[in-house]
Write a protein that binds this ligand. Structure first.
Ligand SMILES: *Cc1c(COP(=O)(O)O)cnc(C)c1O
Length: 367
């Protein structure tokens, strides 16, 4: 079986370093808010090219707490509208509604599946206060255009970077474009912990102080609480694991890009629509998502060939039961994407033989 992503093999590459780092934390006797976290925060901020990275418990909390911080600072209010692409993962939407803001779903660009400045402009109303671009599948959104729009209409920008660690445009990385960004280090992400973890990046000192307080009960200073915060901390073990894996992220990203290039050059089947990338470094290939009108048949065929695939995602957020108030929305492109997309194996530890096997099977698919 060619696995979609063999996490055991991915982490086995760094087994000794991970175990040594784990022992270092156990031996230190300090498990929450210590030097592993502060060092990881410095290293990850450097990696993204920002002043601050603030570790939190997961990617969803990174997005939720970013919006909460702006509410605490009086920059956002309940009822404000947030423009977001309709074909995102549900976490992006949960972060908006959890804060009592209103998601305004827009269709993605049909080629990149990301936000498009033209449709965003059409969706801006007097209540719009925030744009939430999701760098979906690992490809960075058209940030220069979106930042220009944000400036023109005085909007905040929160990047959802859960799938795009290290993606860059004009020499600037994902997480350094908007007013803030949320990252996930869920185990299967390009930079994955050995459990749950996340981070917020920003250049804004006051915002950074606010999210630091919010993640720790709303406390700036021990036992003094100015906000009703939450407990959303990134623990020392996970920070130590992430420090090890951050060192290898550039190498893993290169390997992902190499596999994706090979897929792009060699998958040739008129029934299959390949993804695109604007420029080389703009895509870190968290997922390699193809489209096929006969998606379910293709998935079954690949499964029979011993190739594991996943659908990201089968039901768009606005069609979920949890969001019944949005079920009436008509977003044909988004709904088509959710019927046609299929993510094929893209694992930095894949062998050339496995890559060739996937290509060969895809080229053989007929209906
Ligand atoms: C994974 C993901 C998240 C949430 O991250 P968690 O760490 O699982 O909470 C948010 N947005 C997108 C686009 C994601 O892919």
């Amino acid at each position: 079986m060619i696995k979609f992503l063999d996490l055991k093999a991915v982490n086995a590459q760094y087994e000794q370093e991970l175990k040594d780092a784990c022992s270092r934390v156990i031996d230190s006797g300090w498990f929450i808010m210590g030097s592993e976290l502060s060092n990881f925060e410095t290293e990850f901020a450097d990696f993204c090219g920002v002043k601050h990275a603030i570790g939190v418990a997961n990617g969803l909390d990174a997005l939720i707490l970013s919006i909460r911080a702006w509410k605490a600072l009086g920059k956002l209010n309940a009822g404000d509208e947030v423009i977001v692409q309709a074909n995102t993962y549900i976490a992006s939407i949960l972060a908006i509604t959890d804060n009592d803001l209103i998601p305004v779903f827009v269709e993605p660009n049909p080629v990149t599946y990301n936000l498009d400045a033209v449709t965003v402009r059409q969706a801006i109303s007097s209540k719009t206060k925030l744009i939430l671009p999701v760098h979906l599948y690992g490809q960075i959104s058209p940030m220069p255009e979106l930042m220009n729009l944000a400036e023109e209409f005085e909007l905040l920008v929160l990047e959802d970077c859960a799938q795009s660690h290290g993606a860059e445009l004009n020499g600037k990385r994902a997480g350094s474009w908007g007013n803030a960004a949320g990252f996930s280090f869920y185990p299967g992400k390009n930079l994955g912990a050995i459990g749950d973890a996340g981070a917020i990046t920003t250049d804004d000192d006051i915002f950074a102080e606010t999210v630091k307080a919010l993640r720790n009960y709303g406390s700036h200073k021990r036992y003094e609480n100015i906000y009703r915060g939450v407990n959303s901390r990134l623990d020392e073990i996970q920070a130590a694991m992430l420090r090890v894996k951050l060192n290898f992220l550039p190498k893993e990203t290169l390997r992902r890009q190499e596999i994706a290039s090979k897929y792009m050059a060699n998958i040739k089947n008129s029934l299959i629509c390949l993804p695109t990338r604007s420029i080389e470094l703009s895509h870190v290939w968290h997922l390699f998502v193809i489209r096929c009108v006969k998606r379910d048949e293709l998935q079954e065929f690949l499964n029979a060939e011993g190739i594991q695939t996943i659908i990201h995602y089968p039901i768009p957020p606005h069609k979920q039961k949890a969001y019944s108030e949005f079920n009436v929305l008509n977003l044909p492109l988004t709904e088509t994407l959710h019927r046609e997309v299929l993510s094929i194996p893209l694992d930095p530890t894949m062998t050339e033989i496995s890559v060739d096997t996937v290509i060969e099977a895809l080229n053989r698919f007929t209906i």
